[in-house]
Design a protein around this ligand. Structure first.
Ligand SMILES: O=P(O)(O)OC[C@H]1O[C@](O)(COP(=O)(O)O)[C@@H](O)[C@@H]1O
Ligand SMILES: [Mg+2]
Ligand SMILES: [Mg+2]
Length: 353
């Protein structure tokens, strides 16, 4: 029986009452976009939109038709409501300008319309990620308006299109999960005040990149793989779905650590994931659930962006493991992880030839 349960609309209206009531209306528009994308993704091969759009996006990555349609869903549902000063998307090189004959507001919406889209043709969970910031002045947003650190986000969330569609949201008062009831079309609050356990024995990383990682990440993953026979003294489990939304969702549900660390595969890219519409919203959701989110060398939410599509290393999830990885990075950077060899007794020294 769903009557009497808290819907997303009721929740956001209550949580944003007062100073940010217009943001509540924007979140309801985002939820409408997400429902449209959920319906499309849920049709699978019947949607008729499988495959490539024969285009390359600003990231230099192949755009799928479904990436383009998901992007359209966000733009068309959110452009006319009067709450927005502008939008930015993974799929658009420049910020989207709200049409001049539409009302404008002060909020900025940033999104990855379809995350993990390489999974869409194989019927594995994908998602959408979004973040909301406020602009201090009126008028149409310009690129610099979007370049704000993640701790200034007012709201962040993702939708996961899995066996069930869920929308997981924070407006700075904890992280809360809503499940789409397909009959009524409502998102129902099913997972209030999600908490990530501080300890975990489950890690997620694309190990095909192992040879490109920095030593602190190689050390950490090596210790996890050594399990009970190594210094951790316990066995770990590993998962990799290749869809950040699905990995973060699993971590919010039962703990774990997700890593897309810095690697030297492509020196032009200091990481794979994008700061504004992947790392920042996920970092806010994870912190609001009691977890931690780091580049390995600092808090993600404190990174000041210098480009709309900036990439960075991402390590997030159960607090104790994120802190361990930060320690390993620090020990590596300071040389504390390497045994001190006195110059007197080194391979070539006063006492050796
Ligand atoms: O398994 P890979 O190829 O390393 O990439 C997986 C990563 O790429 C992403 O799919 C990037 O997202 P997009 O699909 O939005 O480009 C992340 O979700 C995921 O963590
Ligand atoms: Mg993505
Ligand atoms: Mg994407």
């Amino acid at each position: 029986m769903l009557f009497g349960r808290t819907t997303l609309s009721k929740f956001v209206i209550e949580q944003t009452r007062g100073q940010h009531s217009e943001m509540g209306a924007l979140l309801i528009d985002v939820a409408a976009a997400v429902k449209g994308i959920s319906a499309l993704v849920g049709k699978g091969a019947l949607s008729g939109v499988a495959g490539s759009a024969a285009a390359i996006n600003v990231q230099g990555e192949e755009q799928k038709k479904i990436d383009v349609l998901a992007n359209e869903a966000f733009l068309r549902h959110c452009e006319w409501g009067g709450q927005l000063a502008g939008m930015a998307s993974e799929e658009l090189e420049e910020p989207f300008r709200i049409p001049d004959d539409y009302p404008r507001g002060r909020y900025l919406l940033v999104f990855d319309p379809l995350d993990g889209s390489s999974n869409s043709d194989v019927n594995v969970s994908v998602g959408s990620i979004f973040s909301i910031l406020a602009r201090s002045t009126a008028g149409a947003a310009q690129k610099p308006d979007f370049l704000r650190p993640g701790h200034e986000q007012l709201a962040a969330g993702y939708a996961i299109y899995g066996p069930a569609t869920m929308l997981v949201l924070t407006v700075g008062t904890g992280t809360h999960g809503f499940t789409l009831d397909r009959e009524s079309g409502n998102f129902i609050l099913t997972h209030p005040a999600i908490r990530i356990p501080a300890a975990t024995r489950e890690f997620a990383i694309n190990t095909s990149n192992e040879r490109f990682w920095e030593p602190p990440v190689q050390r950490y993953v090596g210790e996890c793989k050594a399990g009970s026979s190594g210094i951790r003294g316990v066995d770990f489990n590993m998962r990799w779905i290749a869809s950040m939304v699905a990995e973060v969702h699993r971590i919010l549900m039962r703990g774990g650590i997700f890593m897309y660390p810095r690697d030297n595969k492509d020196p032009a890219k200091p990481g794979r994931l994008r700061l504004l519409y992947e790392a920042n919203p996920m970092a806010m959701l994870v912190e609001q659930a009691g977890g931690a989110a780091s580049t390995g060398r600092g808090r993600i939410l404190d990174v000041v962006p210098d480009a709309l599509h900036q990439r960075l290393p991402v390590i997030l999830g159960s607090r104790e493991e994120v802190e361990r990885l930060e320690r390993y990075h620090h020990e590596y950077d300071t040389g504390a992880d390497r045994p001190f060899v006195s110059p007197l007794f080194a391979e070539r020294s006063l006492f050796r030839d």
